[in-house]
Write a protein that binds this ligand. Structure first.
Ligand code: SIN
Length: 345
């Protein structure tokens, strides 16, 4: 993270200063009870995605229950901050909450979050919840305190699939391709293990990079693929279901502890319910996006057979050992302890 804010970030912060907002912005003449608070929440995907809908539910609950005294201002689609600067904006107090994918915590000093990126690790989101709702998830969120951040909870998008202008059903198909990845070393390593060259790019630049040929392919759940219009720049989607994409809602301690205690409880409860709502609709939302994609008909959809899946799984096996070396084997042991025993017994 650069020591000084990039000009782009400073410009956006000045704009934010003009539009107002910020934690517990009590008007000097108003009583505490009537004080208004705006929670500024930035994220990078479309409103009509599992993340967008979860955060919208959070907004509705907070505003209704506070009688509009607490407002939630959502800035979707990276319109305010993108992958590169949203955490920095949170640190600087230019936004109050963000919900990055778990793959984006490595570069800011929390490589343990890359556990969730391990390919072919989870068979279902139920298995993911054994981590996120258990002691391991709690430990991960607590680590954010090292940078005075506060992790408020996890939620799902779903499973990622591979796309390109050809089917990607086994390692041989990846040879020579430049694949856009999030800033996760595990995902980069996964692409290398498959024979592709990983190219780290912000989410907001991905569609354009595919269109202009800067990269040849990418991976994402179908909801993100569809809402970014990637079907117009990729001819083939391979339903590999090789990795999980989920999120953590993060705030800054300065913002959080500046809120009056009753407001903190209200916000926390609203978020808890919104995350449960988000988890309950994410799968169906991805299915809906796949159905829409198939109706639109511009993309060929492929499913790997069992032999191809086995070859993909085998190719990415070394990725786990590499992560263990970076973050320590005890994290991997805790991960496997949390997963159903029959998977590795
Ligand atoms: C997101 O769902 O937040 C973006 C994922 C990505 O960068 O691929």
């Amino acid at each position: 993270m650069p020591a000084t804010a990039p000009p782009d970030l400073l410009r956006r912060r000045q704009w934010l200063g003009r539009v107002g907002g910020g934690a517990a912005t009590a008007l000097p003449w108003a009583s505490q009870a009537a004080a208004s608070t705006t929670i500024r929440l930035s994220h990078v995907v479309a409103p009509d995605t599992p993340k967008g809908m979860t955060l919208e539910r959070f907004r509705t609950l907070v505003e209704e229950r506070s009688g509009q005294r607490i407002r939630v201002q959502i800035y979707p689609q990276g319109q305010l901050y993108g992958d590169q600067d949203e955490m920095q904006a949170l640190q600087l107090g230019a936004v109050d909450m963000v919900a990055p994918s778990l793959s984006k915590f490595g570069p800011i000093g929390f490589p343990e979050f890359e556990l969730f990126d391990l390919p072919f690790l989870f068979n279902s989101v139920t298995e993911v919840r054994r981590l996120t709702q258990g002691p391991l998830g709690q430990r991960l969120l607590e680590r954010l305190g090292r940078q005075r951040l506060l992790g408020l909870g996890f939620f799902d998008n779903g499973f990622k699939h591979m796309s390109a202008n050809r089917p990607l059903l086994e390692p041989a198909h990846f040879i020579g391709l430049r694949m856009r990845v999030q800033a996760s070393r595990v995902i980069a390593q996964q692409m290398r293990a498959l024979g592709a060259q990983p190219v780290t790019l912000p989410f907001s630049e991905t569609r354009r990079a595919l269109e202009t040929g800067v990269v040849d392919g990418t991976e994402n759940p179908v909801s993100n693929f569809w809402t970014q219009g990637m079907q117009t720049v990729q001819s083939d989607l391979s339903l590999t279901q090789h990795g999980y994409l989920g999120y953590a809602v993060v705030t800054h301690q300065r913002f959080w502890f500046n809120l009056p205690a009753p407001d903190r409880s209200l916000v926390q409860q609203a978020l808890r319910e919104a995350l449960m709502f988000g988890n309950s609709i994410a799968d169906a939302h991805n299915d809906k996006a796949l159905a829409a994609l198939q109706v639109a008909g511009s993309v060929r959809v492929h499913r790997p057979n069992n032999a191809q899946l086995t070859r993909l799984r085998q190719a990415v096996l070394p990725v786990q050992a590499d992560l263990a070396q970076r973050i320590g084997q005890p994290w991997l042991d805790a991960l496997h302890d949390a997963l159903p025993k029959e998977r590795h017994g």
